[in-house]
Design a protein around this ligand. Structure first.
Ligand SMILES: [Zn+2]
Ligand SMILES: [Zn+2]
Length: 227
């Protein structure tokens, strides 16, 4: 059976379920999404306890907010990079700076609201990732977790051997972020974002699945890096 990808929309966030011989989940969504998750999963041919791993692309609260609750529903392990793990484990708030004037304005407006509305329950991480690749064969997935810092110091992506790349906030697409797909409008280090993209492209990323917005072809990023 070909790989199945199920995007789960939680407001402006997208998590993904990826099904090959096993099933993994990319990101844990904003806080208080466990009921929405339960509703979603009844509509697809996957049982909650089929999900064995939740990979947190980074430690920001809109990506880890429901991870603890979804872990309770599924029994999945949680993987996060060592540089971001304390955000999740200690329920810390983080919002990377704007990289464009729109990003800076949006952050200025949203930050005071999100600081309050994105409070979330943390938990212990089961798998702490370092900067080396983490193969996913044991979870029935032909692919790996790769370290792609830039949006945060602990950002990771999931790269499948067939070229699908789940990049968290290494890219943004759609409103209120961007009109078109492109580099993130929030990032701790935009130069590192570019380096992470070069590495993903060199390693065969083809179709990009961002955590905010629709999937797009990697050629979009190639063009940006060349300009
Ligand atoms: Zn983020
Ligand atoms: Zn986000």
């Amino acid at each position: 059976m070909p790989i199945q990808i199920y995007p789960i929309r939680f407001g402006i966030n997208r998590c993904y379920l990826v099904q090959d011989n096993g099933i993994i989940m990319i990101d844990g969504g904003p806080p208080n999404k466990s009921i929405a998750f339960q509703k979603f999963i009844t509509r697809i041919p996957i049982r909650p306890d089929d999900i064995r791993l939740i990979i947190l692309t980074h430690g920001d609260p809109d990506h880890v907010g429901s991870a603890r609750d979804i872990k309770l529903l599924t029994g999945a392990n949680i993987a996060i990079h060592e540089n971001d793990r304390l955000n999740f484990e200690n329920s810390l708030y983080n919002f990377p700076p704007g990289t464009t004037s729109w990003g800076r304005l949006l952050r200025f407006v949203l930050n005071p609201i999100l600081k309050i509305s994105l409070k979330f329950p943390g938990d212990k991480s089961d798998i702490v990732l370092d900067n080396s690749d983490y193969p996913l064969y044991d979870f029935g997935i032909n692919g790996k977790i790769v370290y792609t810092p830039g949006h945060t110091k602990g950002s990771v992506s999931v790269l499948l051997e067939t070229g699908e790349a789940f990049v968290g906030c290494l890219a943004h697409n759609n409103l209120p972020f961007r009109f078109r797909p492109g580099l993130p409008i929030f990032a701790e280090n935009i130069d590192e974002v570019r380096e992470s993209w070069k590495s993903l492209i060199q390693r065969g990323a083809r179709m990009i699945y961002p955590a905010h917005g629709d999937p797009f072809h990697v050629d979009v990023i190639k063009n940006i890096l060349n300009n």
